[in-house]
Write a protein that binds this ligand. Structure first.
Ligand code: AMP
Length: 442
């Protein structure tokens, strides 16, 4: 038997109803803040991520699904199927997107979205990372994210944007009925602060790094900040002794961070400062944040994000375009809402049971009319025995079964049976949609 690939999974009803519930709440909330949806490709050129996310990050060094898209490399049978006359295309390294911010910023630059006033964008979609699968951690997972990008003249680098984005997330989680969360924030400084801090880290690591894992030994040389991504338990006591970024923030970064905190307090968004929060992606500057959720266990980070003031230039923008954004782990968000799946799944309002020769035709038309009235209808088939149709109606979650037989069609009134009580009444065709809706509301 062929099964889903390790780290991927099928999302099935009734859980898909919960995913839809989450996504529609998200769209409602984002709309109130005037974000517009963007959909970028699932795969991009590899260098978008190695440049954007950072060559020394775990994502780029270990977790990306990358392939060489080169017709020349296609071997034997496939090559002959394509045919030798086919033009050979340029070779390219391609990667399944491990995150969506780099793609959004690429699209922002490529289509000059600024000129169209499109600088607040959100996305919902799958991302891919070759991580060790466990509960809450998958190789195909889903992120819901939003980005505010724009020229400095539009105020996109101001602390108000940070506070607004964090306030939106606080509002969104509460709207979904989640309250058991903590927002951690930190400032990881601008590029000048980071250079000084990286130097300090390098010095602090020198005498101790030989006792650390091989990844950390590499990071200590190439990009010491990434040492904080280490999950090896033996390395943690050493990491605890390393200098903190807060001691290396310049006046501007400090002021920015203080302003963000003051604004959050005004907006009644609770937070905790976590001086060791650095996030696993290189593009962040200044504000970095993470929300954790109590009920999620080991994988308790429900979303993360931050500011990325230099990313656009890194990806080829001539104009600076500071930005701030986040990505919510949708799988984990849905996990936090587990138990509400059946409540959010809409079942059939009624089941139409055609009984007797020629009745399928009448039933099809009646089903069409009721569906056009906004009702959810499951349609049987006259080849089934009535008992079978009753069972099917129950399985479909229908509350009523509408019998379509010769007498009903002649009278233009249908027998409607309440599947819970067994009560049966005759309802004229014209009154049927209204009656079903009325009963449904109870
Ligand atoms: P990141 O893009 O690493 O900042 O992650 C943002 C959020 O995406 C995290 O807080 C998680 O909720 C979620 N996430 C990241 N990686 C995975 C994964 N492998 N499986 C499920 N969710 C993930």
């Amino acid at each position: 038997m062929i099964k889903a690939v390790r780290g991927t999974r099928d999302l099935l009803p009734p859980e898909t109803a919960l995913w839809n519930f989450v996504e529609s709440a998200v769209r409602d909330v984002f709309r109130a803040y005037n974000f517009q949806e963007i959909r970028t490709p699932i795969f991009e050129e590899t260098q978008l991520f190695s440049r954007g996310v950072g060559a020394d990050t775990d994502i780029v060094t270990k977790e990306m699904y990358t392939f060489y898209d080169d017709r020349v490399a296609v071997d034997g049978p496939l090559l002959s199927a394509i045919g030798p006359s086919r033009e050979l295309r340029a070779s390219k390294w391609i990667t399944l997107r491990p995150e969506n911010t780099a793609g959004v910023v690429r699209a922002y630059i490529e289509h000059n979205l600024e000129s169209r006033g499109l600088n607040k964008l959100y996305y919902i979609g799958p991302q891919f990372r070759r991580e060790r699968p466990q509960k809450g951690r998958y190789r195909q997972f889903y992120q819901i994210g939003a980005e505010v990008i724009g020229p400095a003249s539009a105020g996109s680098e101001r602390p108000l944007r940070d506070a607004e984005v964090l306030e939106m997330l606080d509002t969104l989680l509460r709207r979904l009925g989640i309250s058991d969360f903590i927002l951690y924030i930190n400032s990881i400084g601008d590029s000048k602060d980071r250079a000084a801090y990286n130097e300090a880290l390098r010095r602090a690591l020198e005498p101790v790094v030989e006792n650390m894992c091989t990844d950390c030994q590499r990071r200590a040389v190439t990009n010491p900040l990434r040492v904080f991504d280490c999950k090896v338990p033996q390395d943690q006591p050493i990491i605890q002794t390393l200098p903190l970024i807060s001691d290396y923030l310049g006046a501007e970064s400090k002021e920015h961070f203080e302003n963000v905190q003051a604004l959050l307090k005004k907006a009644e968004v609770s937070f905790e400062v976590n001086p060791r929060l650095v996030r696993g992606l290189d593009y962040y500057t200044r504000t970095a944040f993470e929300f954790t959720h109590g009920a999620l266990g080991a994988q308790n980070a429900i979303l993360g994000g931050g500011r990325y003031d230099g990313l656009a230039e890194l990806l080829g923008s001539r104009e600076p375009a500071p930005g701030i954004g986040f990505a919510i782990g949708e799988d984990r968000l849905v996990m936090a809402l587990e138990g509400r799946a059946s409540e959010t799944m809409q079942r059939a309002d009624a089941y139409i049971a055609p009984v007797g020769e020629g009745m399928n035709r009448n039933a099809l038309v009646l089903a069409r009319d009721l569906r056009r009235e906004g009702l959810v209808i499951e349609l049987g088939d006259r080849s089934l025995r009535l008992k079978k149709m009753f069972e099917a109606a129950t399985k479909a979650g229908a509350k009523y079964i509408v019998i379509v037989g010769e007498n009903e069609v002649k009278a233009d009134a249908f027998a409607v049976k309440d599947l819970a009580t067994g009560e049966q009444v005759s309802v004229p065709r014209a009154e049927l949609p209204g009656k079903i809706r009325e009963w449904k509301i109870g």
